[in-house]
Design a binder for this molecule. Structure first.
Ligand SMILES: *Cc1c(COP(=O)(O)O)cnc(C)c1O
Ligand code: SF4
Length: 354
């Protein structure tokens, strides 16, 4: 059960500026915020003044298929009373999710094939994916992992040892990508241990982290996290996941700034989503807002046909046309690469814009 917080204006004040430092303080620790995430569709509708009679049945149905989960700092950036809010649309379960549609499947990426040893996935030549947790801080309705709400299976000591042995014997790997779930849902003590193990592998150069946490709970970027980032010899890249410019508020900007000061290169990946960001004005504003906050747009993912999310589908033809419009509006370095993950391919596959 969540602890219900009525609309709290005081949460918008500048406390994040002084409070980010503590990873464990009573009120503002990211763990507390995470544990108080909204996990019940009724609470979200109430919180945003949306009529239950219109939305609740659908929300309950969707919630049965893939539970709602949304942390308060993300809810604060939504517009109360607006059922079409682009942030709300990403997290509110709806009746459409129960409608089956041919071509929309449970595992569009056929991910189960590339596991090398528990926790380690080899799909790419020079980089390996390390799944440190199955947990996420937010449940995105369009997620291609929605049918695998993996438990929070922690890797055992032996698993970890096996991962390092495998990496040590693979000199072609120079980068490890911490993935999940959301790898930053793991506590800093465990992450610092992982980083220590990884940096002892001499041919590893880079540590990459794919996470939505610095966006949805900016308090996650706390001193304990900055400590292991600052300590490591590895080059650091953090790929965040922002789909709409309204996801970036002052607290997010401050979190990005702290990461940059710790020497982290910040990139963003987005998914093209109908009703969220499928127009050139929103996507170009997103790129501008990201760059103002010190983040470079990296990937724009073509939509994966995952069952239960067909209402987000944007065709490749429409996505390509959007990218052509972005090329007219933005400098080249602010135009993300439109790509798709094709099962079995050794890299992302570009979706041609022309
Ligand atoms: C595509 C992908 C990667 C690899 O990204 P590149 O930037 O193409 O090296 C890593 N993790 C996940 C989950 C991906 O989908
Ligand atoms: S944070 Fe990423 S992995 Fe987790 S539900 Fe959202 S899109 Fe999926």
């Amino acid at each position: 059960m969540i602890q219900r917080t009525p609309v709290r204006i005081e949460a918008r004040d500048t406390s994040h500026l002084s409070d980010h430092g503590t990873c464990t303080s009573e009120n503002q620790s990211w763990q507390t915020i995470l544990s108080r995430s909204i996990s019940n569709p009724e609470h979200l509708l109430e919180r945003l003044n949306l009529p239950a009679e219109r939305w609740l049945d659908g929300a309950r149905n969707g919630h049965e298929l893939f539970p709602i989960r949304v942390p308060e700092p993300f809810v604060q950036r939504m517009e109360p009373g607006n059922p079409n809010d682009p942030l709300l649309r990403q997290v509110l379960p709806v009746a459409d999710e129960s409608v089956e549609r041919s071509g929309f499947v449970r595992d569009p990426l056929e991910e189960n094939t590339a596991i090398q040893t528990t926790g380690l996935i080899r799909k790419y030549h020079s980089r390996a994916l390390l799944m440190v947790t199955g947990q996420c801080a937010i449940n995105c309705r369009y997620c291609f992992r929605r049918h695998f709400p993996y438990n929070d299976h922690k890797l055992s000591r032996e698993d970890r040892h096996q991962v390092i042995t495998t990496l040590s014997a693979s000199p072609e790997i120079n980068e490890v990508i911490l993935s999940g779930g959301d790898p930053l849902a793991v506590n800093d003590r465990l992450l610092a241990q992982w980083v220590e193990l990884l940096e002892a592998v001499p041919h590893l150069k880079r540590l990459r982290i794919h996470s939505r946490l610095p966006v949805v709970i900016p308090q996650r970027v706390c001193d304990d996290m900055l400590a292991w980032l600052n300590r490591t010899r590895l080059q650091k890249v953090l790929v965040v996941h922002v789909n709409h410019p309204a996801e970036i508020d002052q607290a997010t900007r401050d979190a990005f700034e702290r990461l940059k000061q710790a020497g982290v290169t910040l990139l963003n990946q987005s998914v093209i989503l109908k009703g969220v960001n499928d127009n050139a004005a929103t996507l170009s504003e997103l790129s501008e807002t990201l760059f103002d906050a010190g983040v470079l747009p990296y990937y724009l993912h073509a939509f994966d046909p995952v069952a239960g999310a067909h209402h987000f589908d944007v065709s490749d033809t429409d996505a390509a046309s959007l990218v052509r419009q972005l090329l007219k509006r933005l400098p080249g370095f602010l135009v993300p690469k439109l790509v798709r993950e094709v099962p079995g391919e050794a890299s992302k596959t570009p979706v041609p814009a022309f």
